[in-house]
Ligand binder design. Structure first.
Ligand SMILES: *[C@@H]1O[C@H](CO)[C@@H](O)[C@H](O)[C@H]1NC(C)=O
Ligand SMILES: *[C@@H]1O[C@H](CO)[C@@H](O)[C@H](O)[C@H]1NC(C)=O
Ligand SMILES: *[C@@H]1O[C@H](CO)[C@@H](O)[C@H](O)[C@H]1NC(C)=O
Length: 342
């Protein structure tokens, strides 16, 4: 394995057949990367080449305050989950510099949920329904919103965006607070989610539900499983689901908090434990650190994972590209390593 790649990262925990191959593209010739400038910046002339969506149905309608939370593309249609609203936008139906929606559906929290949310001390601006999960399922859409800190999920039709059937609880499927990062995907009929399950956002979870198999979760309040995770992405590959996230490191005994990036893996077909151990919990959960680093006098780490690509095939091998940075209080240096799964 090692001979195939310029720099193979050692797994810090356990030994799944998953090796991280870091190719430090910019570093082949120098020991320290040049600062490539912030990634969040796109030149205006580039941005101007693309039409924008500002929440309008046509040119003469009012501009609205848009708080986009999640976007799903199905062929040439975009579904956009925002605050209290779901939009459908046809990509082949743009006019010049702007995209218009062809359908909009409002899903607001009811008065009682908003009242309870306010009573529990949450700010009015957050006691709304932020759409945080938007997935394709059975020819329709599966949608979850924070619903004023009482998350709910429902199915919607794709064409008319109408709610069908009953709502189900969004607990462990959708965060309570719109600012919390979550991931969700369907695989083999089950919903796999990474989120927090409680109002106080203490209990982080990787959860499987809604399918024919038993609902399973990660162990509660155990920092060996998770410590303040920030979920970045989830990917299905072979018999497994991989969850990419960053969290507070447990392996350092520094006084300050150190954030590291990791990947966790569960088997899609996990049957859960017995009544004596890990009942209704994962028995296949593994996690490993993502080591994106630059050699030098002291090893320099890019500990914050920001995004991952879909699975790509490069040189005959399935690969996921990751984008890492240093923490914001250090110099902003970003590189594009990749790691491969096999
Ligand atoms: C990360 O990878 C480098 C290069 O293989 C290695 O020297 C370093 O010890 C690794 N760090 C950790 C924390 O595993
Ligand atoms: C996307 O388009 C292809 C080709 O037109 C079609 O076969 C497929 O069903 C579409 N996918 C979805 C999810 O609608
Ligand atoms: C484009 O959008 C307009 C306005 O919603 C609609 O009337 C028209 O049918 C759409 N055309 C296509 C090709 O989707």
């Amino acid at each position: 394995m090692g001979s195939l790649c310029p720099c193979c990262a050692a797994m810090t925990t356990m030994s799944p057949p998953l090796t991280f191959l870091l190719l430090l593209l910019r570093l082949a010739y120098s020991s320290f990367p040049e600062e490539p400038g912030p990634l969040s910046y796109a030149p205006l002339e580039v941005v101007r080449r693309y039409p924008v969506f500002v929440g309008r149905a046509h040119r003469s309608s009012q501009r609205q305050e848009l708080q986009i939370q999640t976007v799903l593309q199905i062929n040439r249609t975009l579904y956009i989950g925002a605050r209290d609203d779901l939009y459908r936008v046809e990509l082949d139906n743009m006019s010049g510099d702007e995209m218009f929606y062809s359908k909009k559906r409002t899903w607001e929290s009811n008065k009682n949920d908003i009242r309870v949310c306010r009573m529990k001390g949450k700010h009015e601006a957050k006691c709304r329904n932020f759409i945080k999960v938007l997935l394709s399922q059975h020819g329709g859409l599966f949608v979850c919103g924070t619903n004023a800190f009482n998350p709910m999920c429902a199915s919607y039709t794709r064409d008319t965006l109408e709610m069908v059937g009953e709502t189900v609880s969004g607990m462990a499927r959708c965060p309570y607070d719109p600012k919390h990062a979550n991931v969700a995907l369907f695989a083999e009929g089950s919903l796999f989610t990474g989120t927090v399950t409680d109002f106080l956002a203490i209990d982080a979870v990787i959860y499987r539900s809604l399918g024919d198999s038993l609902a399973l979760r990660t162990v509660k309040h155990d920092s060996k499983w998770f410590r303040e995770p920030f979920f970045v992405s989830a990917v299905e590959w072979g018999p497994h689901i991989y969850f990419f996230f960053r969290e507070m490191a447990m392996e350092f005994h520094h006084l300050e908090k150190v954030m590291v990036s990791r990947v966790a893996r569960v088997c899609k077909g996990d049957m859960g434990g017995s009544q004596r151990v890990l009942e209704k919990q994962w028995t296949s959960f593994l996690k490993a650190r993502l080591n994106c680093s630059v050699p030098g006098d002291s090893h320099f780490y890019f500990n914050l994972l920001h995004a991952t690509s879909p699975i790509l095939n490069m040189n005959g091998r399935d690969v996921i590209l990751g984008l890492f940075s240093t923490p914001p209080n250090q110099a902003i240096i970003k590189i594009f390593p990749y790691y491969s799964i096999y």
